[in-house]
Design a protein. Structure first.
Length: 558
């Protein structure tokens, strides 16, 4: 049988105990029989220590649904035509009856309220829910919809359990599925669907650079947008006049992909951006982010301090979130309580309490922060310090024994002090609370499989202040292009960093309200390496090119 996870298993266990189907002793046996990631209840169902039909009857009774015997499930092709295959598989249900108005659907998890609330919006009929077993749902999906449709076999393999590639019945479904698979294979961070006057332009952002990949007839726009909204399960197909946001979770092969979807009306129709949130990036160690050993040692010391504020600064798309999440993973231990306040929560991290900002109901950064400090956390992460209220609460948290991580939008590290002052924070509070500021940018990394020895031009050497002696003893590399990097010569990105540590003398300078230029000069005297200088080290080590470093550090002085 299929051992599906019940959405509210703790509640179900209590119901089964009340029904006499489960005891603490039996549950203990289930714990001993667990395999892999399955729960004790799943283990008991797999071992047939509990009858799944009895479990389904308890579910039906406690959700005021009719119980449907698996042996009585029989579905005609006319009814199947009323429900798209991908919708049935996504929400794990089978249409089992239709009276001309109401569609009767069988489910196995009546406590999945999110799915029950979403289904009426994605199925164009009034619904009547009945409850059956997980095995019956799995058999029905396999029998009536098939594990593999008549579409592209390669696509179905890539999309794993979704099986969305039916070219004959659902060309739009196939088109959207192929788009996701192709973007994933190209390691894109964003998918842009943009309506133009006569066509739809599809672009992927790969390693920070937008690339045209396809164009489609203008008439397909409505169908593509509707399909993407259906996949989110929360966005309205009918509403095209206002921006909407949603999320899509999809399985591609063995990888679970999370996409953040944003739509906005334009003069030619709705434009969509899907940001691909790759959880693999969160597990990167500090060397993979681009830290050399000396900077890594400094940074590890900073993120393990008992209190204070550590700020990460840079423009949108400079990798601040990835750096912060990697820090949280590094310090996430059972003896520490970590709470984050984010807008939006981009990645879900195991063992960390994450709070979503919802300004429309009064859950602002400041309101969330005030409440979360009563939860006695050791470490707090604030998605962004945007105003004086948020900044002051964060500083008070730091001064009362919490370690606080956050981001700011500034061009370099010393400018963070001026930025905090501008939004209304008193200099003496900044000096007391802030431990360090790290500024960063992302540069494209040369493909390890095809990069080849190269040289610096005279202009590059002059711009980066690399003399001939340095260049001669360095490992200067240049892009070539191969199949692994799609013949671009670059694969992936790494950071260039600037770490500004606040010592007693700098604190005194902040208290005296000295200028950013003076702070920067003192930081340089204390050994702070600029982003351009860090980038130069990576050019000399053959990790990236002079052009990349010059492009992202245009305003830097080395």
């Amino acid at each position: 049988m299929a051992t599906n996870v019940y959405s509210n298993e703790e509640y179900l266990i209590e119901l089964l105990k009340e029904a006499g189907l489960l005891t603490d002793e039996l549950l203990k046996q289930g714990e001993e029989k667990r395999k892999g990631a399955e729960s004790a209840l799943q283990a008991l169902l797999r071992a047939r220590e509990i009858d799944e039909e009895e479990v389904a009857k308890v579910c039906a009774e406690n959700s005021s649904m009719e119980y449907l015997n698996p042996a009585h499930i029989s579905v005609s092709s006319d009814i199947l035509d009323l429900v798209p295959e991908d919708v049935a598989k996504r929400y794990r249900f089978i249409p089992v009856g239709y009276d001309g108005m109401t569609l009767k659907v069988a489910i196995s998890d009546p406590f999945n309220f999110e799915a029950l609330d979403s289904l009426p919006h994605v199925v164009s009929h009034p619904l009547d829910f009945v409850c059956t077993t997980p095995s019956a749902i799995q058999r029905g999906l396999s029998e009536y919809y098939g594990e593999a449709g008549p579409g592209s076999k390669a696509l179905e393999k890539d999309l794993g359990s979704l099986g969305e590639g039916d070219a004959s019945d659902a060309p739009i479904i196939k088109l959207c599925s192929e788009m996701l698979v192709e973007a994933y294979k190209m390691r894109a961070s964003d998918i842009h669907i943009e309506p133009l006057e006569r066509r739809i332009r599809i672009r992927y952002r790969v390693d920070g650079v937008l690339q045209d990949v396809a164009g489609h007839p203008r008439r397909l726009l409505s169908a593509i947008i509707s399909r993407i909204k259906i996949m989110t399960g929360s966005m309205s197909i009918a509403e095209k006049r206002v921006p909407q946001d949603g999320r899509i979770q999809v399985q591609i092969g063995d990888n679970s992909l999370d996409l953040r979807v944003s739509t906005i009306p334009t003069n030619h129709g709705e434009s969509v951006v899907m940001r691909i949130l790759d959880k693999g990036g969160l597990e990167l160690g500090l060397p993979e982010l681009g830290f050399f050993s000396d900077d890594q040692e400094v940074f590890e010391q900073l993120i393990t301090l008992p209190d204070g504020i550590l700020l990460v600064t840079g423009p949108t798309g400079s990798g601040k979130t990835t750096t912060l999440y990697s820090c949280l993973n590094f310090i996430n231990k059972p003896d520490r309580k970590i709470i984050t306040v984010e807008d939006p929560v981009e990645y879900q991290l195991s063992g960390i309490n994450q709070v979503q900002v919802k300004e429309d109901v009064g859950m602002t950064f400041a309101a969330a922060l005030r409440s979360m400090l009563r939860q006695a956390p050791n470490i707090v992460m604030i998605g962004e310090i945007r105003d004086a209220e948020t900044a002051n609460i964060a500083i008070n948290a730091a001064l009362t024994g919490h370690l606080v991580f956050s981001t700011l939008h500034t061009n370099d590290a010393p400018s963070a002090v001026a930025r905090l002052t501008d939004i209304g924070v008193k200099p003496f509070l900044i000096a007391s609370a802030v431990r360090a500021v790290q500024a960063q940018r992302l540069v494209r990394k040369l493909c390890e499989k095809c990069k080849e020895p190269g040289t610096l031009s005279e202009a590059e050497g002059r711009a980066l202040r690399i003399d001939e002696a340095q260049a001669a003893s360095a490992m200067i590399m240049q892009p070539k292009g191969c199949e692994a990097c799609s013949f671009r010569g670059f694969r992936g990105r790494i950071g260039v960093f600037e770490i500004f540590r606040i010592d007693d003398e700098v604190r005194h300078m902040i208290n005296e309200s000295l200028t950013t230029t003076q702070l920067r000069k003192r930081a340089r005297e204390l050994g702070m390496r600029t982003m351009r200088e860090d980038g130069i080290r990576k050019v000399l080590a053959g990790m990236t090119t002079a052009g990349e470093v010059m492009h992202v550090t245009m305003g830097d002085e080395s």
